[in-house]
Design a protein around this ligand. Sequence first.
Ligand code: GLN
Length: 351
Amino acid sequence: MRNTVSMRAPLLGRLPIVFAFLLTFVFLSNVYAKDTSASAAAISDAKIQSVLMEAYEKYKNDDSGKNADYIKELAIVDPKIFGISIVTADGKVYEVGDTEAAVSIQSISKVFTAALVMQEKGAKFLQEKIGANATGLAFNSVIAIELHGRTASNPFVNAGAIQSTSWIKAKNSKERWNKIYANMNDYAGRKLSFNEKVYISEVNDNKSNQAIAKLLDANNLMGSDPLEATTVYTKQCSVNVAAHDLGMMGAALANHGVNPVTGKRVLNREYVPKLLAVMATAGLYDNAGDWLYVTGTPAKSGVGGGILAVVPGKLAIGVVSPPLDKYGNSVRGQKAAIYIIEKLGLNPLAQ
Ligand code: GLN
């Protein structure tokens, strides 16, 4: 009994000191939390919501840029469509605007077909056979191929993308297309619709892509018939996606290769950083350097007006807004994503 009392007495005597320690600890942990808020894994729901709304409000009336028109069907897509979707690596979705309005995926499809090439043939094959360097030139440049020893340089210019398509293992082009389509559906976690009108519009008018494929074939760089591969490539570009889908597809990459909602592994973990590296190098074509300078994120755009940015391990931002800049990248898509990345302190190079 006495012992118990005597043990308590000194503690009571030290109470002010214990209290002071506690106060100091609470104070310091707050300071620490503030200092590291930019790199903290958890950003509150409310913060994400409010920054998303701000980005939407800020740019909803921005009508700069112009729809792509070299594919006739793209010129008549409603330029007012504007949807932003943020999907976290654990599958939480935050959205605003026309997030279910679909446009053709176009060049963003190149990411998922390149991923499938890696999945089937490994990262070394993609680097050695197609490449991982920027061309510094437009996505459909022919001179870029000549300049770089008749190679495509990377899988995100048309040349490298048609090459990727040609290397998907299949006994014929139908099977090749089915695999590519199924793969994109797995990333999106739902069956994406197919835009027949866009496909017809482009397939009848893709002679320079055919020429590019032939040129690469002359250098023994194609895995299957070059014209067949160009047709399958044109098909993959004609798959519809909404901002919601782009967010989800990107989230599978942010989540190290697993779709966070369906739980399906779509890419081996070891390949994810390789794919993201090429997105950082060449995702926005000849504007890729400026984009990386500002956001630090791997990203990919398409002339349909979609754009997808990945913050590895954290989240993805998908935006759809058809008017493009001179490089072929969505104007509002870039502005909205830049705003969100900056306001939420998401730049991966600043962590
Ligand atoms: N299908 C388009 C083309 O081959 C894709 C281009 C893009 O989105 N940058 O030109």
